[in-house]
Design a protein around this ligand. Sequence first.
Ligand SMILES: [Cu+2]
Length: 480
Amino acid sequence: MTVGRNAVSRRRALQILGGGGLIGLAGCTSAVNPLSDQGSISPGEEPSVKSRDPPSGPPDTAVELTPEPAGEDSPAGVSAETWLYNDALPGPEIRAAEGDVIGVSLENGLSARTTVHWHGIPLANAMDGVPNVTQAPVEPGESFDYRFRAEPAGTYFYHSHAGLQLDRGLAGPLVIEESDPHVEYDREHVIVLDDYLSQAPRAPDSDGASEMQEGGPMGGMMNVYRPPYTGMIMNGRLASNAPFFDVTEGDRVRLRFVNASSATMFQVRTAGHQLDISHADGRPVEPVSADSFTFGPGERYDAIITADNPGTWEILADPVRGSEPSARGILRYEGEEERTPTPSEMGGRELSYDDLRAIEPIEGLDGTPDRTFDLTLSPGGDGYSWAIDGQTYPDADPLDVAHGDHVRIRMQNRSPVSHPMHVHGHFFQVGTAVKDTVVVPGRMGQTTIDFKADNPGNWFFHCHNLYHLEAGMARVIRYV
Ligand SMILES: [Cu+2]
């Protein structure tokens, strides 16, 4: 079931701009720091604990991934500042059976250095795709082979981990299929949500400050800056050109929602249908019903809907903080004519983390932790940086752990905005859920995560708001 390159063409990618006239500031802007890399630990630095080796032998699923700028030979409408994997937005879906070996040949067609990160997958450290932490960034025109085992099953995504490239459009879904899912379903749709920026993303630093202030309301501090997004997109499309998701009456339909955005919390709801949440960040949970859920950058939820309400219905993904147009999709029953979908209603029951009961809790976390890190999440004093425990990456101490440790990280959010915190290479336990990304709420929100240090290497731990990350909200978890 190799899916190297999907059917989504450049033409379809360009449809997101529907009405046209949305060409951004092509040629007028340049990233402040286009080659900035996240990292301070040299790849190849000999770790004191040996990392796992990636799988050897030929891959079961082989994929070629070419990040390239859109626009040069494109019809009018698309931003020349958008960068795409294989001309698709989102990038091509990579799909494999659990246990298969996935091999990805990255061919860098950009003018900038790049890497690919396989968000959530606990692979071998050298394959994790963090520039200068797990590998040297791949130069323009150069290639890099990623190889990893597709496990555990779940809904994931991949994205560039270099600078602000994620907000150029460099992300795509990655699905690992269970051999024996704990929920029954007849068909599935993958729904990738993103915030679409038609101009070059700008690093939050003092040079860009004055221009960034023109982009939108600031709330008095640079730290809460939000890029001037054109709108929210679902599977690469603005609401004016909403994608259809076909169902047949009687089906149970699995919807795999991915928040691939750079800076947007989405509230998601499906008109006329309840969401039976079955997986959080790819990990199976006891199914729990909700009318809506909210998730941050890097998070995923799978939901089963029962197609027992014929018609055409809106799937709505509303940006929680932004005022840009929401992303919309259309759930369409077989045989229905195209017409304006029934809108979703506000209210109802919203999913909370407390509702999530992992079917397979992480083992070995019952006792007292071997290491506990108490970390504050706060704005830096300069008005644009973001700090973890007062330190701004890369000028930040690694969090040292030992192989086999039960590690606890307690986070307290001393800022007005939420932070979706992501640990590379490990799932963690948060309450009764197992996740890889967790939103720490603003205004003194507190979140505790526990994980088993069972995957040696240097692993990034950071806020998945790209602008917070770029402004320093990261650490390296280092096995010593
Ligand atoms: Cu953040």
